[in-house]
Design a protein around this ligand. Sequence first.
Ligand SMILES: Cc1cc2nc3c(=O)[nH]c(=O)nc-3n(C[C@H](O)[C@H](O)[C@H](O)COP(=O)(O)OP(=O)(O)OC[C@H]3O[C@@H](n4cnc5c(N)ncnc54)[C@H](O)[C@@H]3O)c2cc1C
Ligand code: SF4
Length: 471
Amino acid sequence: MPPRIKMPERAPDIRNKDFKQVNTGYTAEESVAEAKRCLQCPNSSCVKGCPVEINIPGFIKKLAEGNAPAAIEILKEKNNLPAVCGRVCPQETQCEKHCILAKKGESIAIGNLERYAADFKLQSLPHCSGEAAKAEKNSQFSTLNSKLPLKVAVVGSGPAGLACAGDLAKLGYDVTVFESLHDTGGVLRYGIPEFRLPKKVLDSEIDYLKNLGVRFVLNTLIGRTKTVKRLFDEGYKAVFVGVGAGLPIFLGVEGENLNHVYSANEFLVRVNLMRAYEFPKYDTPVYKGKNVVVVGGGNTAMDSARTALRLGAQSVKLVYRRSENEMPARLEERIHAKEEGVEFITLTNPVKFIAGQNRCVAGAECVKMELGEPDASGRRRPKKIENSNFIIESDMVVLALGLNPNPVLASLTDGLNTDKDGYIEIDENFMTSLNGVFAGGDIAGGDTVIQAMGMGKKSAKNIHEYLQRFL
Ligand SMILES: Cc1cc2nc3c(=O)[nH]c(=O)nc-3n(C[C@H](O)[C@H](O)[C@H](O)COP(=O)(O)OP(=O)(O)OC[C@H]3O[C@@H](n4cnc5c(N)ncnc54)[C@H](O)[C@@H]3O)c2cc1C
Ligand code: SF4
C-alpha cells in the first residue's frame, strides 16, 4: 500500500506572519492517487464514524476515476457544507479512525479528499452552483405533496442552523434563519480563523443555501428583538434553535479582570469578525501582545495562540493543566501550532494574574500539576503540586477554557426547559419542551461542527415529519 499523501502546506515561518490559508489543498493528481489507496471495503466502517453518514467509498471512487463533479454530488447528498467539513472536522477521531487502513498505519485522507472535491466545485462555479442548488431543490420539492410552503424559523446561523435550514429548503419549506450578529456562520466565521477556514469558502457554502431559497435575517436576537412566541404569531409553524455555546468559562482567580486579559471568544471575535488586525481601518481595536500566554488545550486555544503569533507576538506560550495526550484540540492544529512557534507548557495551571502598570497584566503565576485518577470525562484528573509556584512574564493573556451554553434565548422563553448546566433539553425527536420548537448543536450538547450539523439534519427530518399535520 503506498503511503498516505500529505496535504501540501505553506512553510511555518512564512505562514505564521499572515492570515492566509495554511493548507493549500491536493492537486488533481494527488487527489486521484490518494483516492486510489481506498480499498472500497464492502462493509465500509468509515461511514459509521461520520455523524452525517456521507457515502465515503462512493465519493472516493469517483475521485479515483478523476470525476470530481460526481464526487461532490455524492457529498452534497448528506453534507451541505463539505468545503467547511473537509477543513475543520476532527477526522482522526471520526471517519478516519474507523478506516480499516488506520489499524495498519495510515487511514485514507478522507477529509483532504472531501475538501478537494468541494473546492473543485467552488472553483469551477464561483457562487457555488446557483443553478445546481435550484435544480436540487426543484427535484426534491416535487416529492412534497404540498402546494402551500410552510414557514420554518431557524434561530442561529452556525453549522447546526445551516444544516437544518439547507435540508428543510431542499424539502420545499419556506425557511428563514435569524442571526443575532451582523454576519452569518456562527463559530465558523467569528471563531475559526481565516488561515484555517477562509471566509470566502464559508460565503460560497452559504450562497449555496441562499440559492436553495433560505432567507437570512441578521442583527435579530430571538428572545429579545422578537420572542419565540412572536415567531409562531407571525405564521412560522416550527422553530429550530441552534444558538450555540457562546458563554466563556473563566478560571475564577485573582487578576482575571486586568487589562489585556481576554476570553478567547472576545479575542477571536475582535480579530475574525470585527477585523481588529486592520484597526483603525476597521473600528474595533485589539491589543497586540508581545509575550502572550494562552490558557487551554482545545481548538479555541490553538486558534488563539496562532492568531496571537500572526498579530506579531514575539513569544506565545500555551499553558495547559494536563499533558499533551489529553489535549482535546485536533492533532493537526497541535502540530501546526508547534511548527509555527507556539511553546506548549503542559501540566501547568495559572493561579493568579499579576498586575503591572495601569492595571495591565504583567505575568501569570502558575503551579505545576500532576495527573491522578481519571475523572468523569475519562481523562486523568490534574492535581496541583504544592509549593511549585512560578511566574511567566506576559503582557497579554487569552483564556480558552471552554464555553457554556448560550443562556439568552432559554432564559427569555417561558416553558423552554434546560438541564442543570444550561443545555436545552430535547427528546429523541429533537423536540424541546415546547411543542414545535426543536433544538440541536452546541446548545443541546454537541461540541464539533459535524456533530452540530448532524443534529441540525436530524432535526430537519423530524420537523418535516412534525409538519405533515399542517399539510
Ligand atoms: C475558536 C473555535 C474553534 C473551533 N474549532 C473547531 C474545529 O476545528 N472543528 C470542529 O469540529 N469544531 C470546532 N469548534 C467547535 C464548533 O465550532 C462548534 O461545535 C459549532 O460551531 C457549534 O455549532 P452551532 O451551530 O451549535 O453553534 P454556533 O456555531 O455557536 O452558532 C450559533 C449562532 O447562533 C447565534 N445566536 C445565539 N443566540 C441567538 C439568538 N438568541 N438569536 C439569534 N441568533 C443567536 C450566534 O450568534 C451564532 O451565530 C471550534 C469552536 C471554537 C469556539
Ligand atoms: S464530514 Fe467529517 S466526519 Fe464526515 S466524512 Fe467528512 S470529514 Fe469525515
